[in-house]
Ligand binder design. Structure first.
Ligand SMILES: NC(=O)c1ccc[n+]([C@@H]2O[C@H](COP(=O)([O-])OP(=O)(O)OC[C@H]3O[C@@H](n4cnc5c(N)ncnc54)[C@H](OP(=O)(O)O)[C@@H]3O)[C@@H](O)[C@H]2O)c1
Length: 326
């Protein structure tokens, strides 16, 4: 038996407990990992509230979409890693456990000086940001609007945009987060009040609409996002913190020849996750290893304080990631 956070019925943070569960078995091509730490994500909160069940084939009541730890055993036909290797990765659930089994192709080596708690803050937000920027066709010189610039994904995206020679312009409802995000390479900042930012964006720096918008807010920002897009711009919808349904101004979309793309990592097939991990390994991991890209961590909390951590995340006060450590 191993220890895990369990969701005991849908509800508030009080439904989270630490329990003993069966040790996960490493199947064909899989690795058993002793988890040192797991990053907390909004998806964990949604799952706790009963709105975002784990995909079929994934443990239903243990949350956690990312982890870092040490290889503890190899399943049949797994050959890429050795016992003792330090690894990190994304998964569809079950990361908030002292042990998890994951396919060897979805794991990344933790660069040597980095701690496992720092590494646990990386996979979900950096892979989401990297993948979303790829879908937006990021190129040097692009103007990229990053909503919730102080979010986990936002703080990763700003660094990737800067590294690509593009211009990151961030929004937040909290002034202090904008100041802190500038230190990550964000070149323009917009304090959002009453969901208005399109006109303001066009006046930032050299001016103009956005080539790419990374959006976590959804419904509340949809109409303004379409206004903020430049010609042939792409709105990448990553999160729905501000609602799930809104009217899309099709006339404006058409006139701008713009695109709206929705994206999610959790529900992707194993092969899609392996492909993303492989691309990330060659294109982003070297930047993490060199220190050019770094996880932004608000705080590390003991796993026993999981309920407090959920409450804190949902209070919108965090800047960067909350990491839960065993
Ligand atoms: N599609 C995927 O595969 C994927 C992967 C990872 C994350 N996500 C989603 O991406 C979003 C961001 O995740 P994260 O972990 O980076 O978030 P986070 O660190 O929890 O930060 C979210 C921030 O968004 C702002 N915010 C919250 N509600 C808002 C609202 N109604 N209107 C405007 N701003 C609001 C708050 O900052 P302010 O101080 O600026 O208000 C909050 O701190 C979440 O919805 C998450 O579920 C999706």
């Amino acid at each position: 038996m191993v220890k895990a956070i369990r969701i005991e019925g849908a509800g508030g943070p009080e439904v989270l407990t630490i329990d003993s569960v069966e040790t996960p078995a490493a199947g064909a091509g899989e690795i058993l990992i002793e988890v040192a730490a797991a990053g907390l994500n909004r998806a964990d909160c949604l799952q706790r509230r009963g709105f975002y069940p784990a995909p079929k084939g994934t443990v239903a009541d243990i949350p956690g979409l990312e982890f870092a730890g040490t290889v503890a055993g190899l399943g049949p036909d797994a050959s890429r890693w050795s016992v003792g290797d330090r690894v990190m990765g994304i998964c569809a659930g079950g990361a908030m456990s002292t042990h998890i089994a994951a396919h060897e192709g979805t794991l990344l080596a933790v660069p040597s000086p980095m701690s496992l708690t720092d590494a646990a803050a990386l996979p979900e937000v950096f892979m989401t940001a990297f993948d979303a920027l790829e879908q937006g066709g990021l190129r040097s010189g692009h103007r990229v609007l990053v909503h919730a610039a102080g979010s986990g994904v936002g703080t990763a995206a700003i660094q990737l945009i800067r590294r690509a020679g593009a211009v990151a312009i961030g929004t937040s409802r909290t002034e202090d987060k904008l100041d802190r995000a500038k230190a990550l390479g964000m070149q323009g900042s917009l304090l959002v009040g009453e969901q208005r930012f399109a006109k303001e964006l066009k006046a930032v720096g050299e001016g103009g609409g956005a080539d790419i918008i990374l959006d976590f807010i959804g419904a509340a920002y949809l109409a303004e996002n379409i206004k903020a897009l430049g010609t042939k711009g792409t709105l990448v919808v990553i999160g729905l913190l501000g609602g799930i349904s809104a009217e899309l101004p099709l006339g404006l979309l058409l006139a701008k020849r713009a695109r709206v793309v929705g994206t999610v990592l959790r529900g992707r097939s194993l092969q899609e996750k392996i492909d993303l991990t492989t691309a990330f390994e060659s294109q982003v991991l070297p930047g993490i290893a060199s220190g050019e890209l770094r996880p932004v961590i608000d705080r590390v909390m003991p796993m026993a304080e999981i309920a407090e951590a959920h409450t804190y995340l949902e209070s919108n006060q965090s800047f960067g990631k909350i990491v839960m450590a065993w």
